[in-house]
Design a protein around this ligand. Structure first.
Ligand code: SDX
Length: 385
């Protein structure tokens, strides 16, 4: 093939900047620092929408009418329950098993018992299975969190909206209105984000026409990594390991001098302050004031100011994980559950993009440039040195 050699040496490690497909689901403008779902700016959705409405938008491509929203909300509520066969196994897993591994195991067990999730090519069937999984992932995650606290799962409350019910299942009692608002907002902000690693992984699995549960399991497995969804857990460990503003100043000078990666900063696409971090920062301030964690917010601000001074010119700013951890910590949630909460939200984006891609499926199969030896003679084992 003409220019085969030149073509092969021209590759993008990690598919950086490579376009793999078209989409109408969401758009990330890294230079402008803008994010939209189906054409609606994230600021408007954060301000006016709900997680239920946002999921409907991502899956259906339009904002629902009132009756459509009520019907969809009821469908999510009606699918929150997780079968005892799964709950009993999940809540008897050995601890310490990482909650993301427990969540991934729960999704896999749901596949084993749920007869609707054949390797279905019927996209409507997959969509219904996806809506059910979106509802169940919150229930599973709350059960995992309580298992780690040696507490029994709390059954979902059908009277509560998704985010408020999730907090209720975590705590066993209603949260305050601001806390419920912040959880709903965080679920909206984390729902979709272009071809991030976990979305890409779930689409690769789905492109083989494997089942949805397997695709979602691969998304969870991918999100667990600290370079992706696992960063928020490390951010809060960093922040709570600092006890004063002075200590924060010394800490950040040390990491800058050592050039170590600071969790919660930087992004493959955003090269300016990203909109989700900006929105979460405002609510983190409000929530830390409500819960008496103001100093933790000031410590975060100290680190943000100095890192942005040092690295802003390189396009390194706080990302979504920098403030989400502070928010979940202020909600009294254990840091090990921060990344599972990311999955509780992002499963909507995974399902939406899987369904969209399957409308015109093409098996993902990139290539690699071979740089090893060729034409080696085989030497019998007794003759090898
Ligand atoms: C998420 O893709 C998505 O959309 C993901 C996400 C989503 O919603 O799905 O937005 C969620 O995953 C947010 C990111 C959470 N991860 C972290 O906070 C971990 C810390 N961040 C870094 O590991 C890093 O910023 C990445 C992995 C997020 C992105 O890095 P890239 O694009 O691979 O950039 P790189 O590692 O090649 O770094 C480029 C330069 C390097 O310096 P030089 O060698 O050029 O001098 O920027 C520096 C890096 O050292 N750099 C950092 C840094 N991130 C990049 N330096 C210090 N601290 C950091 N956090």
């Amino acid at each position: 093939m003409k220019n085969q050699k030149n073509r092969e040496t021209d590759f993008a490690k990690g598919l950086e900047g490579i376009v793999s497909n078209t989409t109408r689901i969401g758009y990330v403008d890294g230079e402008a620092g803008k994010l939209s779902y189906r054409g609606y700016d994230i600021e408007d959705l954060a301000e006016h929408s709900s997680y239920e409405e946002t999921v409907y938008l991502l899956l259906n491509g339009k904002l629902p009418t009132l009756s459509e929203l009520e019907e969809f909300t009821d469908k999510l509520k009606g699918n929150r329950t997780v079968a005892d066969e799964v709950m009993n196994r999940i809540t008897h897993l050995p601890c310490p098993c990482h909650p993301m591994s427990m969540l991934r195991s729960g999704i896999s067990l749901l596949e084993c018992i749920d007869d609707t999730c054949r390797i279905a090519e019927d996209l409507e069937e997959k969509k219904e299975a996806g809506i059910k999984l979106i509802a169940q992932t919150a229930t599973l995650t709350a059960a995992v969190a309580r298992h780690l606290q040696e507490k029994e799962p709390v059954p979902p409350d059908p009277a509560l909206p998704h985010g408020a019910n999730f907090l209720y299942m975590l705590r066993g009692e209603r949260a305050k209105p601001l806390e419920e608002r912040v959880m709903d907002l965080s679920l909206i902000l984390h729902a979709d984000h272009g071809m991030n690693a976990s979305t890409f992984a779930s689409m690769v699995v789905a492109s083989t026409l494997s089942d949805l549960h397997s695709a979602v399991s691969s998304g969870i497995a991918t999100l667990k990594g600290p370079l992706h969804g696992g960063a928020n857990e490390r951010v809060i460990r960093m922040l709570t390991g600092i006890s004063s503003i002075a200590e924060a100043e010394a800490f950040v000078e040390k990491v800058l001098a050592e050039k170590t990666k600071i969790m919660g900063f930087g992004h493959r696409v955003y090269k300016t302050y990203e909109p989700r971090a900006k929105i979460l920062q405002g609510y983190a301030k409000k929530l830390t004031e409500l819960t008496g964690n103001e100093e933790l917010f000031e410590i975060a601000q100290t680190i943000e100011k100095r890192v942005t001074e040092a690295y802003g010119s390189k396009g390194i700013f706080p990302n979504v994980d920098f403030y989400s951890g502070l928010i979940y910590h202020s909600l009294g949630i254990d840091e090990s559950i921060f990344t599972p909460i990311f999955a509780v939200s992002r499963i909507a984006g995974w399902v939406a993009r899987i369904l969209e891609y399957l409308e015109d499926n093409r098996l993902f199969r990139p290539r690699a440039v071979y740089t090893g030896p060729t034409d080696l003679p085989y030497v019998p084992v007794r003759e090898r040195g």
